[in-house]
Design a binder for this molecule. Structure first.
Ligand SMILES: Cc1ncc(COP(=O)(O)O)c(C=O)c1O
Length: 440
């Protein structure tokens, strides 16, 4: 069983480790192998007790109690607890009135489920590039993608940083469209205190076990601002007979996790702030920028690389990234590529088979769906120049560990010649988005 008990604590980190030889070349790793494991989700006796209590109750009531508690936390008007994030997005889209053949604008950089939820609603995902600073949907390019078929815009609060919802709201007002949030990375994230999930006309959110707010196993929730949209979603469930219900075991787990969510959020925020400050002392690395009034929830933490600041501008950036990944992984920091190909380059959008016979893509009279990757230069550039820390910062790790992470980045930054050596020694590495698309 996983618990939050740290069986083997890290040694207190020391600045001396920055000057030691790199672990990749045989030196001591900043985080030794036997203390690298970070657990997520954190399961405590409160979760076990809550499940024992809930087991005695009516299942529907447990789901309802969970749904109401979380809806209240988010500040949304209406909610439907679902079996997954994908089903919650599908319901949110149907609820706001997306119809077969409509177009829905989504970012090219997200998890594939954002776009597949649009396909599940029998609509056509139209991909738009991202903002180079926030990595969220670019409102200027979103406006250029609007056609008379567009019904909704669905931004994603990528990694936990809310998208520019006021700019997008101006667009949806101007063109009479609906605004739906994919808040799957953004539990407790907010813009001027308004919590993600309650900002758009509708929202879907994953609550699966790897999200900041995990229910037991798989789960999700759809939110609505207007009663009419909520009722349309309910009617869709009734009339289609599709069972998207959340399991009560998941809901029971969610109830006790919800009590601890603000505490875990605070630790994540503390850790992310520590790392961002430490990276600002390096040349090569920088952490995410969070606009004023925005609260990032740090479901993932993307580290940007600036090789030119370390005298490595003559090297291919994605090779520098690859070398850095090898070096930092050897130090015990599991930074990796999260997404290697923009979503329009994933197989379901390359082949557009949809549900068979090309449906729903066959509903469109478009010759060009705009899925060619050259249309997404900001996403491509971001993928070439960044690495992501996922579960390791999502879990509320102890202060020593985040200090050790910071030291590991500083250690790599102090060794540009080794990065160069590794790149120059490298074989014919393909640029990441020319490789097969991975899910995450
Ligand atoms: C941005 C985003 N949207 C949607 C989903 C889909 O959620 P689920 O896996 O719960 O269906 C995910 C899951 O990782 C996600 O990251």
């Amino acid at each position: 069983m996983k618990t939050d008990f740290i069986r083997k604590p890290l040694k207190l980190p020391s600045d001396d480790s920055v000057r030691e030889p790199l672990a990749y070349g045989g030196g001591p790793a900043v985080i030794p192998e036997d203390v690298r494991r970070t657990n997520f989700p954190i399961i405590t006796k409160e979760d076990v007790i809550q499940m024992l209590v809930s087991i005695q109750q009516d299942g529907d009531q447990v789901v309802d109690e969970f749904k109401e508690a979380y809806r209240h936390y988010v500040g949304a008007n209406y909610a439907i607890a679902t079996a997954s994030g994908t089903s919650s997005l599908h319901l949110a889209l149907v609820g706001v009135g997306v119809q077969p053949g409509d177009e829905v604008i989504v970012p090219a950089f997200t998890f594939i489920a954002t776009a597949q939820a649009v396909v599940a609603a029998k609509a056509i995902p139209i991909f738009v590039d991202i903002d180079p600073i926030t990595y969220c949907l670019d409102p200027v390019q979103a406006e250029q993608a609007i056609t008379k078929k567009t019904k909704a815009i669905m931004p994603v609060h990528v990694h936990g940083l809310p998208a520019d919802m006021s700019a997008l709201r101006r667009l949806t007002d101007k063109y009479s469209l609906r605004l739906v949030e994919d808040a799957s990375h953004a539990h407790s994230a907010s813009i001027h205190e308004q919590v993600a999930g309650s900002i758009g006309d509708g929202a879907g959110q994953s609550l699966m076990a790897d999200k900041n707010f995990p229910v037991g196993g798989e789960g999700g929730i759809a939110f609505f601002k207007e009663k009419e949209d909520y009722e349309r979603a309910l009617h869709f469930l009734d009339s289609s007979g599709i069972d998207y219900r959340m399991s009560w075991i998941a809901a029971a787990f969610g109830l006790s996790q919800l009590d601890r969510l603000p505490y875990y959020d605070a630790i994540r925020a503390r850790n992310a702030a520590y790392l961002t400050n430490a990276l600002a002392e390096t040349k090569l690395f920088s952490g995410p920028l969070v606009p004023d009034g925005y609260k990032h929830s740090y479901n993932m933490y993307r580290v940007k690389l600036s090789p030119e600041r370390l005298g490595l501008a003559d090297l291919e950036d994605y090779r520098v990234k690859d070398a850095v990944q090898q070096l930092i992984n050897a130090e015990g920091v599991y930074a990796r590529e999260w997404q290697n190909v923009p979503i329009p380059g994933h197989l379901p959008f390359k082949n557009r088979k949809g549900f068979g016979a090309g449906y729903p893509f066959t509903l469109s009279d478009r010759k060009d769906f705009g899925y060619d990757l050259v249309r997404f230069p900001v996403t491509l550039n971001m993928l070439r120049n960044s690495l992501t820390i996922c579960r390791e910062l999502r879990t509320p790790i102890e202060y020593e560990r985040i200090q050790a992470y910071a030291l590991a980045f500083k250690k790599i930054d102090a060794n540009p010649h080794i990065i160069r050596e590794l790149v120059e020694r490298g074989d014919n590495l393909k640029v990441l988005y020319e490789r097969d698309a991975r899910l995450g």
